[in-house]
Write a protein that binds this ligand. Structure first.
Ligand SMILES: Nc1ncnc2c1ncn2[C@@H]1O[C@H](COP(=O)(O)OP(=O)(O)OP(=O)(O)O)[C@@H](O)[C@H]1O
Length: 233
């Protein structure tokens, strides 16, 4: 049986209502639904950017609040829609997380850059001089520098053009497979959900209306709500 990584038990938070969900090791969970349905709020619960008002979240079988937040966030990496970088060089950005844990190894920098397809001479570049796609690559590499086992992604490609989306998706898929990562991702793009995910969670009005395996869940929705959403998409 798969190892359960996260278990949410009847969680309530702002819009979220009665969310119960299990996420197993190595699953690629795609959260989708209309704007304002609570997708980002749900994602924020997994690394304690937000905490539930009611209910419980278990991480590896223990209440999530029993873990220290710095270790939790090292292990559960987050990549946002707009890359969040320090106004410094690429190298300084990559070193930042590992330095907090005295865990930076210079020789790993090439591997990190390979993961995200950036050339080595980018290390000394100022992040302000990079394109949107390159910034998002640095942001992903910076998260990976912490060696997370779980990746939380909040619409990481929504600010990118089609070509960049395709190549970052490919890098992500390679990474997920080679590092056996567990992924929880918010996307408004159903085609992307099918390409990247193996489990889907459809939220509407703060409730999980349907969950199931991907791509089947999107191609053959069971509920009227998801049928409407996929038809109007
Ligand atoms: N801290 C907060 N206090 C009050 N309301 C909030 C807070 N955070 C989010 N909300 C509200 O909760 C709802 C869900 O927000 P959330 O960002 O999770 O939705 P979403 O599905 O990610 O939306 P989008 O696709 O537009 O990004 C929204 O109506 C939002 O305004």
């Amino acid at each position: 049986m798969s190892q359960t990584i996260f278990e949410l038990k009847s969680v309530y938070k702002i819009v979220l209502q009665d969310i119960s969900l299990k996420i197993n090791h190595n699953e690629r969970v795609m959260i989708f639904g209309p704007s304002g349905s609570g997708k980002s709020t749900l994602l924020h619960l997994f690394n304690r950017l937000e905490d539930p008002e009611q209910g419980e979240i278990m991480f590896r079988g223990e209440p999530i609040e029993t873990y220290r937040i710095p270790e939790l966030r090292k292990n559960i990496g987050l990549v946002l829609q707009q890359p969040y970088l320090f106004p410094d060089t690429v190298l300084d950005n990559l070193k930042y997380g590992p330095n907090l844990f005295e865990d930076w190894k210079e020789e790993e920098v090439q591997t990190l850059l390979n993961y995200v397809n950036l050339p080595i001479d980018y290390l000394d570049k100022d992040v302000d001089d990079l394109s949107g796609g390159e910034k998002q690559r640095v942001s992903l590499a910076r998260t990976l520098a912490n060696k997370p086992e779980i990746l939380l992604l909040d619409e990481p490609t929504s600010a990118l053009d089609d070509q960049n989306i395709e190549s970052i998706e490919q890098d992500l898929l390679n990474l997920i497979q080679s590092k056996q990562l567990t992924v929880v991702m918010v996307t408004h793009n159903l085609e992307q959900a099918k390409r990247l995910g193996n489990k889907g969670v459809y939220l509407e009005g703060g409730r999980i209306v349907e969950q199931g395996s991907l791509p089947d869940m999107i191609d053959h929705p069971k509920t009227e709500a998801l049928k409407r959403f996929t038809t109007n998409y």
